[in-house]
Design a protein around this ligand. Structure first.
Ligand SMILES: Nc1ncnc2c1ncn2[C@@H]1O[C@H](COP(=O)(O)OP(=O)(O)OP(=O)(O)O)[C@@H](O)[C@H]1O
Length: 674
């Protein structure tokens, strides 16, 4: 069905292209060889109607003026050096009266030069159009073939995953109808299943489950830890729970409630203030819950967050890298003891009667699923592109090129890594006498915090908070992924490029680490950085550029951030910067929270519980349209003054948290809005 739609669409496209090309070619031909019509003021050129005469062409062979096809077969035509003259008639241009196609040839006057018929712009529209349509058709077929092979590949993977699950855990196919693969990661494949005993129910009434089939290479300890987290922590406060576990020899499958969700990749650009607020609130609720158990999730990233923007449902999943923190704040490395494992199994057995009872309300889910499928189909048929084009601001090609180059310069600055840096040896302990302790690196590149990149052995739940900050940074800047370094050294460089070298050096020093840096980096202003990416077209619009350029047309650039001085992104800038008042949809509080989540020093980083009390989440700080941000900010400051400032509760009493010395955050003193 989808393929047919695609072919139909391609055929239509090809037809449209053909018609357009035909029109363009006719117009071009007309403009060069205006048609003579009885009403035309121009007389038909002398000899234009002289048909049937034969002239030798350059490079041999003969052509008659009436035989356009023959003429077009010539490979090379020589442009006339002398004035050209219309001498022929052909069937390529439509006659105004008859509608027949005519063609006028331009050639050296055969009477003067004698021998040559030289075609000037030999346009034979139907041949060219035919060629173009062939080309378009060929391209369309290529596209289709690529799509089909992609589909075939994914079908292969789908079938492989289904077969593997059925072969390795045959019990699964006795309990579930397994439909398709819905996701896969480094450690598992996730498949969609429904209960066989619910076959009698209508499709919409059947409950759906996500069956996570662990790769047999996955360490049993890891699987057991994940199971423990899902069983003991999951099921409440936006954390995914577990319905049952099926094991057969080395193979383990977790059965969880299925939740249809939006791909972060598809939505992060269009998330407004309220949606970002809800998303972050839900994420922090999940993290607060996980952290209460002295557990670090360690893999907080958008693909491990199931979020449905239509229903607002939110689930944090994948506890595969979760780690427990011991009473002294160190990470518990030891394997789950036999007693603990047995206790877990006993508890799970005791809760057996509860399993498979909940699950999701299938009715809602199926509706969502269907509408989701529909949206995806529209997207596949170019709906997304059309929408993107419709949203794209208009500008000349040159403007767009300048803007792109400027943005690319900024991205290059963010991604900058000193070429002399040794990726395996970029940080060293300040005290060589101390015995080196193992530091966990578990996590996804781009979401690892400075303490992990600095190889600090004492890591806390603050690791997850940093990752949440990176997600918020992505939504506020509309840039995904924001950090995308290939290794830890480059990842630390990216952090230094945004937060400055001093912050990172201080934190490293506090952790008895020395970062080897050869270059200073100034910290950037998070708000202006996010705005610069999100509102790139505005920041470097030609209007603004013209206003600030010098007499010779050049624009001065800031030496630190390498941006035009009026767009300087440095946190402490001495340049006169362009104000972008009222442009930003996000309130100053959003950036204040962002800076606290992305605090380089883990000891000063905000906790999930504290973050949830941040003013960004209180409704009184909603944006009021029609009033400038600065005015709103001043009004809020006034209100806070009157209320004598909000009372902050003490941080949650986690063992690891006890060691932290947090500076209390005061919401009333964020940077003034740009
Ligand atoms: N309950 C669920 N409902 C719907 N989809 C799910 C569910 N659980 C997982 N998925 C999908 O499967 C994907 C992979 O799941 P998960 O992250 O648990 O596997 P993983 O092997 O640990 O992946 P990774 O290596 O990327 O961390 C998710 O990104 C999600 O799209």
């Amino acid at each position: 069905m989808f393929t047919k739609l695609l072919i139909d669409q391609m055929d239509r496209k090809v037809q449209q292209q053909q018609q357009q090309q035909q029109r363009q070619l006719q117009q071009a031909a007309k403009s060069q060889f205006p048609m003579w019509t009885p009403s035309s003021t121009k007389e038909p050129p002398a000899g234009a109607m002289a048909s049937g005469r034969t002239y030798p062409l350059t490079k041999s062979s003969t052509a008659t003026t009436t035989s356009g096809a023959k003429c077009m077969k010539k490979k090379k035509f020589v442009r006339p050096k002398e004035e050209t003259k219309l001498i022929g008639e052909s069937d390529d241009l439509p006659d105004a009266n008859t509608g027949r196609m005519n063609r006028y040839y331009s050639a050296k006057n055969p009477t003067t030069t004698g021998q040559e018929l030289i075609l000037h712009n030999p346009i034979k529209t139907h041949d060219v159009a035919e060629n173009m349509s062939k080309l378009a058709r060929r391209n369309a077929l290529k596209e289709l073939a690529a799509l089909q092979s992609q589909q075939a590949q994914s079908t292969d993977k789908n079938e492989d995953a289904l077969r593997e699950l059925q072969e390795s855990i045959p019990e699964i196919s006795k309990i579930f109808d397994v439909h398709c693969r819905i996701g896969s990661g480094t450690f598992s494949s996730v498949l969609l299943g429904t209960l066989q005993r619910e076959r009698c129910l209508s499709e919409t009434s059947r409950r759906r489950f996500a069956i996570k089939h662990h790769n047999p290479t996955n360490h049993p300890e890891r699987i057991l830890r994940e199971l423990e987290c899902m069983f003991r922590i999951g099921g409440v406060d936006n954390c995914i729970g577990i319905n049952c576990v099926v094991r057969c020899n080395d193979n383990v499958a977790f059965v969880m409630p299925y939740m249809s969700h939006d791909r972060f990749h598809d939505i992060y650009r269009s998330m407004g203030v309220q949606e970002v607020r809800n998303y972050m609130r839900n994420l922090l609720i999940a993290l607060r819950h996980v952290h209460k158990f002295s557990v670090i999730h360690r893999d907080v990233k958008p693909s491990n967050i199931l979020y449905n923007r239509r229903t607002g449902k939110f689930l944090l999943c994948d506890f595969g890298l979760a780690q427990k923190i011991g009473p002294d704040g160190s990470i518990v490395q030891s394997e789950l003891s036999n007693a603990a494992a047995l206790a877990l199994m006993r508890d799970m057995e005791a809760a057996r009667h509860l399993m498979l009872q909940d699950g999701n309300s299938a009715q809602d889910e199926v509706q969502e699923y269907l509408s989701c499928q529909q949206e995806q189909r529209v997207r596949a048929l170019g709906g997304g592109v059309a929408q993107a084009l419709a949203q794209a601001p208009l500008g000349s090609k040159k403007d767009v090129a300048v803007q792109r180059a400027d943005t690319q310069r900024l991205i290059n600055r963010l991604r900058f890594v000193n070429p002399t840096a040794d990726p395996n040896n970029y940080v060293s302990p300040t005290n060589d006498n101390k015995k080196e302790v193992h530091a966990s690196r578990a996590g996804t590149p781009g979401y690892r915090p400075p303490e992990v990149l600095l190889r600090c052995p004492t890591q806390t739940t603050a690791v997850d908070i940093w990752a949440a900050g990176v997600i918020m940074l992505t939504t506020l800047s509309s840039m995904h992924p924001f950090f995308k370094a290939p290794n830890d050294c480059a990842a630390l460089s990216e952090i230094i490029n945004v937060f400055g070298d001093i912050q990172v050096r201080k934190t490293a020093f506090m952790m008895d680490r020395l970062v080897l840096l050869t270059q200073k980096m100034t910290a950037l202003d998070l708000r202006r950085l996010c705005m610069r990416f999100r509102l790139a077209d505005h920041f470097i619009s030609m209007d603004v550029l013209r206003r600030h350029c010098k007499a010779d047309g050049t624009v001065e650039a800031c030496k630190s951030c390498e941006q035009a001085t009026f767009n300087c992104l440095c946190r402490h800038t001495s340049h006169k910067i362009e104000k972008y008042e009222g442009l930003d949809i996000f309130p100053a509080h959003a950036y204040d929270l962002l800076s606290r989540l992305l605090e380089v020093n883990p000891q000063k980083r905000i906790s999930a519980d504290e973050a949830l009390k941040h003013p960004f989440f209180s409704d009184q700080h909603r944006l009021v349209s029609g009033i400038s941000l600065q005015q709103q900010h001043q009004q809020r400051l006034l209100q806070q003054e009157q209320q004598k400032g909000p009372a902050f509760r003490v941080r949650e009493t986690l063992p690891a948290a006890a060691a932290r010395t947090l500076k209390p955050y005061v919401c009333g003193a964020p940077d003034a809005p740009a």
